[in-house]
Design a protein around this ligand. Structure first.
Ligand code: ATP
Ligand code: MG
Length: 220
């Protein structure tokens, strides 16, 4: 199945998404033959000889699906917005890996004053498209500083006034004397499908989609 013309390839990332995805895969009858979290393999067979899983970086999932190297994938809405979504069909909100995209500042920073019309805000984030859209809609001018992680440090060392980052419990913010001041959008993970693959392998992909839909509805 090296060229995988009739088989199905699923792109997943390790970590939080994978953990919450395994029950959905199981509902679709897709069982990896070894533990994906501990395996070092990048291509994981499943008990179905026609279905394999490829393990990629979370931010690379849309790219693999867009180019048809994977037929379907699971990615956070944050990742999909930053990618742009070109060449992707996004049929299903899986309601997993839920969190919020938030604006956060140092405790004591006067955010309300800082976003008054005509002012400028320095924003550090990994999510530059989301941040740009959010502040443009508010009419706030920002200087964007692109980071790849540990955004919380930005306001603490004077790199930025604010950060835009994913927040779930808020523990990391609190531990660093930051506070969330605004919700940008709720985030969850989505199923993405290559549109050409959906036509060519319609029956099998549609069945996976329906099984995922059922599993999501049962978990709701
Ligand atoms: P990498 O660690 O490879 O750089 P990443 O940080 O994007 O990639 P994860 O941390 O596994 O990878 O996050 C994957 C996805 O999980 C994110 O795109 C987001 O949708 C979701 N996510 C991130 N943080 C949280 C959180 N605190 N709670 C719930 N879901 C989250
Ligand atoms: Mg991470």
């Amino acid at each position: 199945m090296s060229s995988n013309n009739c088989g199905i390839t699923i792109a997943l990332s390790k970590g939080r998404i994978l953990e919450e995805t395994l029950p959905l895969l199981e509902a679709a009858g897709i069982l990896p033959t070894e533990d994906p979290e501990s395996s070092r393999k990048l291509i994981l067979p499943t008990q179905d000889p026609d279905v394999r899983i490829v393990i990629v970086r979370a931010t690379d999932v849309p790219t693999y699906v867009q180019y048809g190297a994977a037929d379907i994938g699971i990615a956070g809405k944050d990742v999909l917005i930053e990618h742009g979504g070109q060449g992707l069909y996004e049929p299903l909100d899986l309601q997993i890996a839920r969190c919020k995209m938030m604006v956060a500042v140092s405790e004591g920073f006067d955010y309300a004053a800082a976003v008054k019309p005509g002012s400028r805000l320095r924003v550090a984030t990994k999510y530059v498209n989301i941040a740009r859209q959010h502040f443009a809609a508010k009419g706030v001018h920002i200087d964007l500083i692109k980071l790849y992680g540990s955004m919380e440090l930005g306001p603490l060392v004077g790199l930025s006034d604010a950060i835009v980052d994913l927040v779930s419990s808020g523990n990391t913010l609190r531990a660093n004397n930051l506070q969330a001041v605004e919700e940008v959008m709720p985030i969850s993970s989505r199923l993405v499908v290559n549109p050409a693959a959906l036509k060519l392998k319609h029956e099998r992909l549609q069945r996976i989609l329906t099984d995922f839909e059922g599993a999501v509805a049962r978990q709701a």
